[in-house]
Design a protein. Sequence first.
Length: 120
Amino acid sequence: MHGLTQLNAPLSAHTRTFPVAGDNTGPTIAWATPANGALLPGSRISGTIKATDPSGVTIALLNHYDAPKFAASIPAGTDGKHMITWWVADGVGHSRYLTRTVTVDNTGTSLTTSARTWHR
């Protein structure tokens, strides 16, 4: 906690001290989805994030897409591993990143059988 002194008038003997909270760090990320290493089907990747900060969390982005109410859905892209990044910022300009690797898999499963001949 820092103090701020207000002078009431030039050369005044009266002062008043106000507490001022310092915020020197980015928001704290409590949790985020999807989980690191998640296997995701479909054409979109949906996620949510929970972040807090003394100055308030003013913006959240998932891979540069706006995340109003700290939730977003982004294009999944092609099958395979993808890095996704959450970015959150507080009211005084500090930010924090969280990167996860997920795997998009839209390849259907296949089963091959061979015909059997039953003898009696």
